[in-house]
Design a binder for this molecule. Structure first.
Ligand SMILES: C[S@@+](CC[C@H](N)C(=O)[O-])C[C@H]1O[C@@H](n2cnc3c(N)ncnc32)[C@H](O)[C@@H]1O
Length: 329
């Protein structure tokens, strides 16, 4: 499942990959095997479960909640099957608008003493991820074993249906859910708007320096407040592997904004080359104009030199493109 994770290769004995060797949690067999392993290795005394599962939604960001619904369902089913009485569960979720999410939230509220929805400072402001912190598992809740059995039977269903009809959800729960979903939605909107604003307004040098100081100061404050320190070299799992970051370089990189990527999908290579050709022509015209105007104004020599260079590069690229198009078409 994780193609390039050296951390995993060095800690392989701590991973459960199940009989099918997939590590896939959306599988009744795999959940039951995990339950069995916890019984054997940990004597069923699991006090904390964290679930950080997600699926790459970079090409369908608007469907993230639907796409991950079955994974969340499997994570909750597994956690509730394994966790010991009184235990805690932390699960990452995204937006909470879909009926499946509302029902999952309601179920967690029924079987834990406390459920908190958090967006930690370390989670990017512009994304929708939130963490549900569930404290004090009530394993003996009435009808829970029957419900868990049904959940396991349905874990592989492609479409996760809501666990309960809306009429079964108490009004005060629905009200609290709405307040919570709106709060995080508004925080995300605010963050995205301020990101767009920051992107559009070119900051002055002074502002850049101020932001750098602010970032350093915030990071230092975070390290001090939460007692974050470096892991000693000998305690690092990958301490013997130099250049742990090297792998990051081979990761696929998403170029352009979401709209640009979508547009690129819908146009052919030829259409994109023609569009580029058009842009080059416009750039050439613009540079030509600026060059002429600047010459008239007797602008500084360096500026002329630089513009001449860009002018020649654009001309050269344009000619390469034209030549390529003649050959191809
Ligand atoms: C955000 S990453 C988790 C990162 C992890 N917490 C860490 O610190 O390395 C989400 C993970 O969910 C896993 N995942 C997605 N679908 C899964 C599935 N059906 N069963 C098990 N894991 C799954 C992905 O392979 C991915 O590694």
């Amino acid at each position: 499942m994780i193609s390039d994770d050296r951390f995993m290769f060095h800690t392989f004995d701590n991973w459960l990959m199940h009989d099918d060797f997939t590590g896939n949690i959306i599988s009744r067999n795999n959940i039951e095997q995990m339950q069995e392993q916890c019984k054997q290795r940990l004597e069923n005394n699991v006090q904390l479960i964290t679930a950080d599962g997600s699926i790459d939604c970079v090409d369908a960001p608007d469907c993230q909640e639907e796409v991950v619904a079955s994974l969340h369902f499997a994570e909750i089913t597994t956690a509730l099957s394994i966790l010991a009485d009184g235990g805690c569960f932390v699960v990452k979720m995204f937006t909470l608008f879909e009926s499946s999410s509302v029902c999952q939230l309601f179920l967690l509220n029924c079987v834990f003493e406390e459920v908190h929805v958090f967006k930690p400072a370390t989670s990017k402001r512009g994304n929708s991820e939130v963490y549900l912190v569930c404290i004090g598992y009530k394993k003996e809740t009435q009808y829970l074993p029957e419900l868990l059995q049904k959940m396991k039977e349905n874990v592989e269903c492609i479409n996760i249906l809501p666990l309960f009809p809306k009429s079964h959800l108490p009004t005060d729960f629905l009200l609290q859910h709405e307040i919570c979903a709106r709060l995080f939605m508004n925080l995300q909107i605010e963050a995205i708007e301020s990101n767009i604003q920051a992107y559009e307004i070119k900051p002055t040098r002074r502002q850049v320096i101020y932001k750098q100081h602010l970032r350093t100061h915030t990071a230092n404050e975070f390290y001090t407040r939460y007692k974050v320190s470096c892991i000693a070299e000998e305690d690092k799992i990958l301490f013997s592997c130099p250049n742990t970051n090297e792998n990051c370089k081979s990761k696929p990189f998403c170029k352009g904004s979401y709209s640009e990527r979508e547009m690129a999908k819908e146009t052919t290579m030829e259409e994109r080359i023609f569009a580029l050709h058009r842009t080059m022509n416009n750039l050439e015209k613009m540079l030509d104009l600026n060059y002429g105007m600047n010459f008239m104004k007797k602008a500084k020599f360096q500026v002329h030199q630089f513009q001449s260079f860009i002018f020649i590069v654009v001309l050269y690229l344009r000619n390469c493109l034209v030549a390529y198009l003649y050959i191809r078409l």
